[in-house]
Write a protein that binds this ligand. Structure first.
Ligand code: DAH
Length: 344
């Protein structure tokens, strides 16, 4: 029996040494040490041994089992280690390779301009408001002193949805909405940026959809000089401290008197050149003193309250500030155009 055990050990160790596969090791373990394995088979015959032989053979058998187990464990650890090393080698990352560039976006030029204007007016105590782009005829026109069939409606070619619903042609309806909300009782300052729509054919200076910023200040004793001072601060902050403004008489149904504001041309400083078409001035926005009827319709007593209002196009301001010569550039989203205005 002793020889039999020793032969099993020799045979098992040979097989272990001769294999390079984890699966084969597993089979060897079952073949020798498993329930039906050869070592187990020999041990089952121990019952037939004499009392004296039993502990001797038992000891040998234990040694054989321990030796085979140890050899199996050692080999399987070695194979696992080798497999791991192979895997690490195969999956190795070359950290010296140059990375793929990440395309970083940034705010659209128009967004930056609108935010810059918002910041300026917030600093002067204005709140920023919004209004619906699908607007009623009442707020877009009637509440602004433009009754049905008023010829001045033609100034703004309109996308009608129904007889009473339309795409707002300007941000001025938010004036009437805000005054109504404050119920004719509260003084306030607000600006409202947003999209507006006109039935225009798109070209270098027209777009069927563009942006406006409306401004409105209602209080007791608001005067034309307040409007002029506010617009002067605005023009100097946006275009430079050396720019002058002038107000020209104009007409809007919702303001009386109405004005248009020009700034001095930065190229010729008022001398006259091709940029300002020889006039020395560039038109920026419209405004005026809120018409008493507009105040009244929205619930403010025009004998007690007065106000100024203005409306401007951020596209036009961005075009003048950065020398963009086609309004469509804001909407066609050519990355080469947009990227120029991303701040680092
Ligand atoms: N709503 C006018 C337009 O779209 C711009 C404007 C002019 C707004 C005068 C005003 C204003 O608030 O007082 O052409």
């Amino acid at each position: 029996m002793k020889e039999q055990l020793e032969a099993i050990q020799v045979e098992a160790l040979e097989k272990i040494a001769g294999t390079d596969e984890v699966k084969a090791l597993q089979e060897i373990r079952v073949a020798y040490l498993g329930k039906k394995g050869s070592l187990t088979g020999v041990l089952k015959g121990m019952g037939k041994l004499s009392k004296e032989e039993r502990p001797v053979i038992g000891e040998i058998a234990n040694k054989v089992r321990d030796t085979i187990t140890a050899a199996l464990d050692e080999k399987s650890e070695k194979l696992e280690q080798e497999a791991l090393e192979k895997q690490l080698e195969a999956e190795a990352i070359d950290i010296t390779l140059p990375g793929k560039p990440v395309n970083q976006g940034g705010p659209h030029l128009l967004t930056s301009i609108v935010e810059e204007i918002e910041d300026l007016f917030i600093g002067m105590g204005y709140e920023v408001r919004e209004g619906p782009e699908v607007e009623t005829d009442y707020f877009n026109f009637e509440a602004l002193n433009l009754p049905k069939n008023h010829p001045a409606r033609d100034m703004q070619d309109t996308f009608y949805i129904t007889n009473e619903l339309l795409m707002r042609t300007h941000t001025s309806p938010v004036q009437a909405r805000t005054m109504q909300e404050y119920k004719g009782e509260k003084p306030f300052k607000m600006i409202c940026p947003g999209k507006v729509y006109r039935r225009d054919n798109d070209d270098a200076t027209h777009s069927h959809q563009f942006t406006q910023i409306e401004g409105l200040y209602v209080d007791k004793n608001v005067r034309m000089s307040d409007l002029k001072g506010t617009l002067d601060v605005f023009a100097k902050k946006m275009f430079g401290e050396d720019r002058e403004i002038r107000l020209r008489p104009s007409f809007f149904p919702f303001t009386e008197p109405s004005v248009e504001m020009d700034i001095s041309c930065k190229v010729c400083h008022g001398e006259g050149c091709s940029v300002c078409k020889g006039t020395g001035w560039i038109e920026i926005l419209g405004g005026g003193m809120v018409h008493p009827r507009v105040l009244e319709m929205a619930g403010y007593n025009p004998k007690e309250y007065s106000g100024f209002a203005f409306g401007m196009g951020p596209e036009r301001i961005a075009m003048l500030k950065y020398g963009v010569n086609d309004i469509r550039a804001f909407y066609t989203n050519d990355k080469r155009f947009l990227k120029q205005y991303h701040q680092a």
